[in-house]
Ligand binder design. Structure first.
Ligand SMILES: Cc1cc2nc3c(=O)[nH]c(=O)nc-3n(C[C@H](O)[C@H](O)[C@H](O)COP(=O)(O)OP(=O)(O)OC[C@H]3O[C@@H](n4cnc5c(N)ncnc54)[C@H](O)[C@@H]3O)c2cc1C
Length: 258
């Protein structure tokens, strides 16, 4: 079985992201693998451990995206590929078209696995748009894969939806997006980190993929910081726990919080 897992480089969750002169900046904060994509890698690794096969990590982005790919390699992915071309300048449809073309170039892929969403763009649509480009089923919010038959080309998944769990049957090849219920991502091993540091990561251009990109249909016309909020702090005190709790409850009622 051949699985491609999609990896995006994003600012660390602890970074303070602000807009300066119309540009988004996160200062010196490091860029890391999108946390949701670690769950996608975990799912891909578990599936190949159960059913055999290989996992290829794939990213579309600048040279710096190598760092996220190296993290995926250190977790246990077999190979990594970067698609990098200054003309890509993405919206999600362009990104999805590039990702789909890269899957076709890799060839014989059974599953493409995405994170639920990226923590910077937050569109949560790139997986489904990639599936549409490939003409493959899109199975979203996957929390488990209870059955998979690569020869019969069938897959059964569980979807974590607000009301409970949905069991869905689909056919391979397919595109999945993974939620955290799938299982805690493993830590990169020491051997994995050493292997990743020496790994050759090929870089593909749009010319290598042989595609032309559609026009950008969604553009960021303005980016702004959220309005500043006035926040005041007050420490509620009393002579006993009961008194403190009662004083706190009175204040919450007075502010109509309760
Ligand atoms: C310089 C720059 C300019 C941009 N300008 C615009 C713009 O004008 N208009 C606009 O709409 N957007 C713009 N974007 C954002 C761009 O559309 C998104 O980064 C990208 O399309 C993915 O969307 P998302 O981050 O919301 O991912 P989601 O859809 O939330 O991601 C879901 C999953 O898809 C996968 N994935 C997402 N992106 C990648 C990737 N690059 N490589 C591999 N896997 C991936 C990951 O597994 C991720 O968990 C810009 C981004 C950059 C870097």
């Amino acid at each position: 079985m051949k699985i491609v897992v999609r990896i995006k480089l994003v600012p660390d969750t602890a970074a303070k992201v602000v807009v300066e002169d119309g540009q988004v900046t996160w200062g010196d904060a490091p860029l890391v693998i999108n946390p949701w994509d670690e769950f996608a890698v975990e799912a891909a690794l578990q599936l190949t451990e159960q059913h055999g096969g290989e996992v290829i990590a794939l990213s579309v982005g600048e040279e710096s995206s190598r760092e996220a790919l190296k993290h995926a390699l250190a977790m246990g992915c077999n190979e990594a590929i970067l698609v990098s071309d200054y003309v890509i300048d993405p919206d999600t449809q362009r990104t999805a078209k590039v990702l789909a073309a890269a899957v076709e170039k890799i060839g014989d892929v059974d599953l493409v696995i995405f994170g639920k969403q990226s923590i910077d763009g937050d569109n949560a649509v790139t997986g489904t748009q990639t599936a549409r480009n490939l003409g493959w089923p899109s199975l979203t919010l996957v929390s488990a894969v209870p059955a998979l038959d690569v020869d019969a080309k069938t897959i059964r998944i569980e979807r974590a939806v607000e009301e409970g769990r949905q069991v869905v049957d689909g056919v391979l090849p397919a595109v999945l997006s993974i939620v955290k219920d799938y299982g805690e991502p493993r830590y990169p091993s020491f051997i994995g980190i050493r292997k990743a540091s020496k790994a050759e990561i090929p870089v593909w251009s749009l010319e290598d993929l042989g595609i032309e990109l559609p026009n950008v249909v969604v553009s960021w016309s303005e980016i702004m910081n959220p309005p500043q909020r006035e926040v005041t702090n007050e420490i509620v005190q009393g002579d006993s726990v009961e008194e403190t709790a009662a004083a706190l409850a009175d204040k919450l009622f007075a502010e109509k919080v309760l």
